[in-house]
Write a protein that binds this ligand. Structure first.
Ligand code: SAM
Ligand code: SF4
Length: 435
């Protein structure tokens, strides 16, 4: 039996790709081990969204430069696609380099490795296929991911994704519904639909469903109690999505809608394809929804040419929307991207200063917003138990963590219970079970 170890960096798309890769490897007769030391084959599924993320895989590979004899190293994902065969020069002990658009070919590439090929690559981006496999080995027992669309056809000036994940391609609605039904039959009650721009989904089959229709239909699959989706692109965010949330209680009341900046001037230079006003129109739809929708976002500070006034516009946007949570980043220069050619790069210290201001402001907003939940009863899906605090770990429909206490020995994992919020911090809520 051949053994493998896999480590995953980056986003949920990568995490789920790894679940599919693990399933494929198990299907080929490999067995998974918990450490790289025990493994014959070592896989890194990589992220190159920012420079720091990219460097991680090379640090890992460096550790095995001298003592990696007898092992085979494979680099998958975005760094693999971006650096291609250059990886063999930087890390000569690597034997397989494969981008996500070529995962369909993995079984074939593994055979090539086994038959003694020292350098094997899967780097073509020229595909209209998505990576579908019945063999997915899922990491979580109650929530399951389903990729509905891969790649990206936008060209944001800072972003490497269109170069690393290839053109946009959607799965048929029938295959998505079939996967959701199968998951429900095997006990999953929460589905998370994934895509770089999940709401750009377009059904390639004659049924021709748009994203809102697919979302609604997944929420109607018997046994599915919650449906989430990420990430939505503001340009393709239509009112129908909010109408679907309004009419279908299985659709979670949470939307992640990356703004990137609050300045229309910066958004234009980022080639984001929307203005601040158009973004705020989408926020207004959410705020007018029947259930209170939690809104979360991504912000980049220090994009080339971002003035103090532009930065203030981002702070004002945060104040206006009052996000429930946020990922914020310093702009990082990425290979091949249009922003490399922009003048007026912002110095590193200034980017750090702006990031600190954004993060402090967001913390204050979260304290304020979460305090509004005191006394409120929320339904939670129980994800685990924290031995140290004696609390169950629950997740609300709005994607907030609610840690709660409950008398009795019963194992609540995977169950839906109601809990009243008695304490609120910036990052989580705490309370007690009421049923
Ligand atoms: N497709 C999604 C969208 O359009 O909003 C985002 C996907 S991207 C994988 C996740 C986040 O990484 C982005 O929303 C952005 O905030 C951040 N990001 C991407 N490129 C970046 C860069 N060069 N520097 C800093 N942050 C970056
Ligand atoms: Fe990157 Fe823009 Fe595509 Fe999102 S929409 S993945 S930020 S290029």
């Amino acid at each position: 039996m051949k053994t493998f170890y896999i480590e995953t960096f980056g986003c949920q798309m990568n995490a789920h790709d790894s679940e599919k890769v693990v399933g494929t490897l198990l299907g080929q007769g490999y067995s998974q081990v918990a450490t790289p030391e025990e493994a014959e084959l070592v896989f890194y599924n990589t992220c190159s969204i920012r420079d720091k993320a990219e460097q991680k895989v090379f640090h890992r590979l460096d550790q095995f430069k001298r003592n990696g004899q007898g092992k085979t190293f494979a680099v998958l994902g975005c760094v693999a696609q971006q650096e291609g065969e250059k990886i063999f020069e930087k890390a000569p002990h690597v034997s397989l380099v494969c981008g996500s658009a070529s995962y369909n070919k993995l079984p074939e590439l593994l055979v090539q490795l086994e038959t003694g090929n020292r350098r094997v690559t899967g780097l073509s981006l020229d595909t209209d296929l998505t990576f579908e496999t019945p063999l997915t080995r899922r990491d979580t027992p109650h929530r399951a991911y389903i990729t509905i669309i891969e790649g990206c056809d936008k060209s944001c000036a800072y972003c490497v994704v269109p170069f690393t994940r290839g053109p946009e391609r959607s799965r048929t609605s029938a295959s998505v519904i079939a996967e959701a039904s199968e998951l429900a039959r095997s006990g999953y009650s929460e589905i998370q639909l994934l895509g770089q721009n999940v709401n750009s989904y377009r059904d390639p089959s004659p049924a021709g469903w748009n994203f809102a229709r697919l979302l609604d239909q997944v929420g109607r699959v018997e046994g599915i109690r919650r449906v989430r989706f990420t990430t939505s692109h503001p340009r393709d965010f239509v009112k129908e999505i909010i109408d679907a949330i309004d009419t279908n209680p299985a659709l979670c009341n949470h939307v992640h809608l990356p703004a990137q900046s609050g300045s229309s001037r910066v958004l234009d230079s980022m080639q984001r394809l929307y203005t601040r006003e158009q973004y705020m129109e989408r926020i207004a739809w959410m705020k007018a929804a029947k259930r209170p929708i939690a809104i979360t976002t991504d912000i980049i500070v220090g994009f080339p040419g971002e003035t103090e006034a532009d930065f203030e516009a981002t702070l004002a946007l945060m104040e206006e929307v009052e996000y429930d949570s946020m990922f914020s980043f310093k702009y990082s220069r990425r290979p091949n991207t249009a922003a490399l050619r922009l003048e007026d790069q912002i110095p590193e210290e200034e980017k750090s200063r702006r990031l600190t201001i954004v993060q402090e402001k967001q913390r204050a907003i979260q304290i304020r917003r979460n305090a509004a939940y005191l006394g409120v009863v929320e339904e939670c899906l129980v994800e685990g138990f924290n031995q140290a605090t004696g609390q169950w770990i629950g997740r609300t429909s709005q994607n907030k963590t609610l840690n709660f206490v409950r008398r009795g020995e019963e194992d609540l994992r995977g169950r839906y219970v109601e809990a009243r919020v008695t304490r609120a911090g910036p990052n989580s809520l705490a309370g007690e079970c009421v049923n």
